[in-house]
Design a protein around this ligand. Structure first.
Ligand code: ADP
Ligand code: 5GP
Length: 213
């Protein structure tokens, strides 16, 4: 029997997914998303706008675009956000322009946003994949926030106070990952992305029709 011409398989296009990832602060969402962006091709983070002060090591337009409250309010008035929310006392928002641009370039997109932003997006982006990351326990969450050494005691208290309300929204998500061991949690996140890419609606129908004909 002749060997199939496998090079055609490489031409298949399976992109255009939107992955919405939420978690209580300190659960490990940034760590997991960073790993995914480094390891998987063709997936990009939509960089959010925020009024929060940059943390040590954070780079403007890479981690966030840091703007004043005045600028952020103007962007809200002009309808520039797909969603926005006040989180832990700061404003955060997803730029419609950035999402559209990444989509136009054929990338899968990750949105790292809070529970309120995810609820807003559900109304306009039904086809997105909603993923919630949980810590193994509240004690582990506190330990991680303290060990991260990026926030003051007061900020950590504020984030822990909000965590239970955030976790209670887990049913709004399609997938739950418990970030106990990082490697296991990463594998689970990668599996969700891979299986979303294999959905029939993401497949290159033209390529399949070419095989049939
Ligand atoms: P988030 O983005 O959800 O606020 P981070 O990704 O910044 O959380 O993680 C919070 C802290 O916990 C970081 O110091 C990170 O290195 C650590 N961390 C992340 N995942 C794990 C894990 N599975 N086990 C132990 N520590 C973790
Ligand atoms: P941090 O200040 O720790 O980077 O983020 C605080 C929270 O804001 C996290 O839960 C993060 O997911 C959320 N966040 C970041 N960007 C956005 C955004 O564009 N929109 C919304 N709604 N939340 C965001």
């Amino acid at each position: 029997m002749a060997v199939a011409k496998v090079e055609h398989i490489k031409t298949i296009q399976r992109r255009g997914n939107l992955f919405v990832v939420s978690a209580p602060s300190g659960a490990g969402k940034s760590t997991l998303c960073r790993k995914l962006l480094n390891r998987m091709p063709d997936i990009k983070l939509s960089v959010s706008y925020t009024t929060r002060e940059p943390r040590k090591g954070e780079v403007n337009d890479v981690d966030y675009t840091f703007v004043s409250r005045e600028k952020f309010r103007k962007m809200i008035d002009k309808g520039e956000f797909a969603e926005w929310a006040m989180v832990h006392g700061n404003l955060y928002g997803t730029s419609i322009k950035r999402v559209k641009e990444l989509n136009r370039r054929g990338y899968d997109i990750i949105l790292d946003i809070d529970i309120h932003g995810a609820v807003q997006l559900r109304k306009s982006h039904e086809g997105a994949v909603y993923i919630f990351i949980l810590p193994p326990s509240m004690e582990a969450l506190e330990k991680r926030l303290v060990n991260r050494k990026t926030d003051s005691d007061e900020t950590i208290r504020n984030r822990l106070d909000n965590a239970k309300a955030e976790i209670s929204q887990y049913e709004n998500y399609d997938y739950i990952i418990i970030n106990d061991r990082i490697d296991k949690a990463y594998k689970e996140l990668e599996s969700i992305v891979l299986s979303a890419r294999l959905r029939t609606e993401c497949t290159d129908h033209k390529w399949i029709k070419k095989i049939i004909n």
